[in-house]
Design a protein around this ligand. Sequence first.
Ligand code: GLN
Length: 342
Amino acid sequence: MTGGSWEADADGVEQAVRTGALPGWHQVETDVVDAYQRYRSRTSGIVADYIPTLADADPELFGISVAEVGGAVHVAGEADAEFSIQSISKAFVYAMVCDELGHHLVRERVGVNNTGLSFNSVIAIELNDGHPMNPMVNAGALATSALVPGATPAEQWERIRTGLSQFAGRQLELDGEVYHSEMLTNERNQAIARLLQSYGRIDGDPLDVVDIYTRQCSLKVSARDIAIMGATLADGGVNPVTGDRVVSPQVCRDTLSVLAATGMYERSGEWLFEIGLPAKSGVSGGIVAIAPGKGAIGTFSPRLDSAGNSVRGQRATAYLSRTLGLNVFASAAHPTEREGSR
Ligand code: GLN
């Protein structure tokens, strides 16, 4: 059964964790620059081209940003270069929908388990009796976007744009070229939406849902933006730069747990094993990794591995997770905290 048999008997008991802090400002600044220097010469991987416009991306671009829950933002390289957010949008639209509709409904409608298959898999839907499985693959993201409140698709789209802009702390704009390019070539997403409709998993017109979803994927962001968006999830739903509350702390917890299990597609287990942070990647080359209670790392570099994850972004995130002491499963104190701590 895809929904699992989890019993909600501990639901009334608050979930909380005691968290440490990031190293001091100078240390983070140095580590971010080091990560950039260390991996800028890596040229393995291939720029995505199944959305024709994405193939035009400059493969040399490489930007890194770390946003702290205290509001400090560190950058190295092309941290302000813009790219279409693509699948990273799935995490934030999911958070918005959870905030509106609640943990249980979204869990039942969209699911939280990994498919073990690629992000645009059709077979995963068939193998699971029409269940979209999780919000980070295309099927689940389409089902999630369909749940965004609004009387018309235009209202739903405006809601998404406003919500993602609140996460970023600035007004995000649509990349019209990417949107049109994807709309001309997204037969597969149209097929997925129709299949979900046939299983009663999408209300409304599936092509409208594909349109909204394609727009959300075409919003322009930078490594700095996704770091701030991630830091909002790390900060219990308050954007650490603007101070605005975007979603509730409970929604952040739910979103991060889904990201841990599914955010890096079929490589999510490997990612968690090596890096130990909930994260989300997109085919244009962005990755955001979130350290709950501490901050987030945003990286951008267009060359991807075979699962569609940025090669340099993964390396830089792995490095920063270690140097900054972010792995959520590590219990040894970070070297900068060791002196006099016991
Ligand atoms: N818009 C892209 C798609 O639907 C997003 C995929 C991704 O970033 N993995 O195929």
